[in-house]
Write a protein that binds this ligand. Structure first.
Ligand code: BGC
Length: 367
């Protein structure tokens, strides 16, 4: 008898380890200019993630707390109009073709200089005013998730080459995997990332200053007054940028520090120690009240940790709560800002015949 039960147990275990996340899709209204938008729901026992074709954005992530109670842990809106009406936060979006900043929107490839639109203090940010975050992508169900695809034409937002991008979101157990692939018809620059804002206590549940953060990085890239890296890889030791030991985000965010003043808090790129070895840890976050943890692993060399400093109470999210300063934090795994103008930074150049690949994994847990 015992043996029989053990057999059944083993079979159930096998089946559940082979179980695929459920995937469904539904219409999600239209953009102001009439393009149909869809939303996909991907769920496994521990995680339910909704992703819309508008900007290939993560709309919600439901994850359990230490008592098993689920809450949505990312900021965002209820509908497309919410996302379309907000051109400054990039909630949940895939940003590109060049996520983060390019100084003065100017770079050169093979001796030819390109100028892309300026949308942030005289610099280009997140691919320009009509970047990938504002495009309607094509969504397709795949095992355990959804693949979002976009063809960005030659000259789109000033960038050379037709760029074909595929971003897959899959849920496996407690992890959300994001895989990026891009190809081009002419040499171009590419830096793709996801711009989700996390609040591990739950969307709209106060600020993230008590969240304990760890970033395994000995160095970061300090910036000038317009948030362009100076080119120096500066040691974090002895500064409020040292997160090698887990530290509350709010512990030093208001310290008298020139770099913190420029970003109104943390809004900087860290140089990840593990870079070059496949998936490595980019950050670990822990909300002591709910017990929720988030571990971020990536194949990218850097992470922009942005503490939501520019949220100012003018945006109202999914749960009817206005997002105040520090309502969420971003961990944007990426190449370093302004890499096209910094030959010593890892290269963001993509040539025809090459495939730019990267992966980031967000794992939710409790302690
Ligand atoms: C940037 C911030 C910006 C935010 C939203 C972040 O990636 O570093 O400066 O305010 O995106 O646009």
């Amino acid at each position: 008898m015992k043996f029989k039960y053990a057999m059944v147990g083993a079979a159930v275990l096998l089946m559940s380890s082979l179980a695929q996340a459920g995937v469904s899709k539904a219409p999600w209204g239209k953009t102001a200019d009439g393009k149909a938008v869809e939303i996909f729901t991907v769920s496994d026992a521990d995680l339910t993630v909704r992703i819309t074709t508008f900007g290939a954005r993560v709309v919600s992530i439901e994850a359990p707390d230490k008592n098993g109670k689920k809450a949505d842990v990312v900021l965002g809106y209820d509908n497309v109009a919410g996302y379309e009406g907000d051109t400054s936060t990039y909630f949940g979006a895939i940003v590109g073709r060049y996520g983060n900043r390019i100084a003065k929107g100017t770079f050169s490839i093979d001796g030819k200089t390109y100028h892309v639109p300026l949308n942030n203090h005289g610099n280009a940010l997140h691919g320009g005013p009509a970047g990938f975050s504002s495009k309607v992508w094509t969504g397709k169900e795949i095992p355990d998730g959804v693949e979002m695809s976009l063809v960005s034409p030659d000259g789109d937002m000033g960038f050379p080459g037709t760029l074909t991008v595929h971003v897959s979101y899959t849920v496996v157990g407690k992890s959300l995997h994001i895989k990026y692939a891009a190809t081009t018809t002419k040499p171009t620059v590419v830096n793709l990332t996801n711009h989700s804002y996390f609040n591990l206590a739950g969307d709209g549940k106060g600020n993230i200053l008590g969240t304990v953060l760890m970033i395994p990085a000995d160095r970061y890239t300090p910036v000038d007054a317009t948030q362009i890296p100076t080119g120096v890889l500066a040691p974090v030791a002895g500064t409020p940028f040292d997160f090698r030991k887990p530290t509350a985000i709010g512990a030093r965010i208001n310290d008298a520090n020139e770099q913190l003043k420029i970003g109104s808090g943390y809004d900087h790129n860290w140089v990840l120690n593990g870079s070059g070895n496949g998936l490595h840890v980019a950050a670990e976050a822990y909300d002591p009240a709910s017990g929720r943890t988030l571990t971020v692993r990536t194949t990218q060399p850097g992470v922009q940790f942005y503490a939501g400093n520019f949220l100012d109470g003018t945006k109202t999210g999914k749960f009817g709560v206005t997002y105040q300063k520090n309502a969420g934090f971003c961990l944007e795994t990426q190449h370093f800002p302004d890499s096209p103008n910094e030959p010593k930074f890892p290269s963001t150049l993509l040539k025809p015949g090459e495939v730019m690949l990267s992966e980031t994994v967000f794992t939710f847990g409790v302690k």
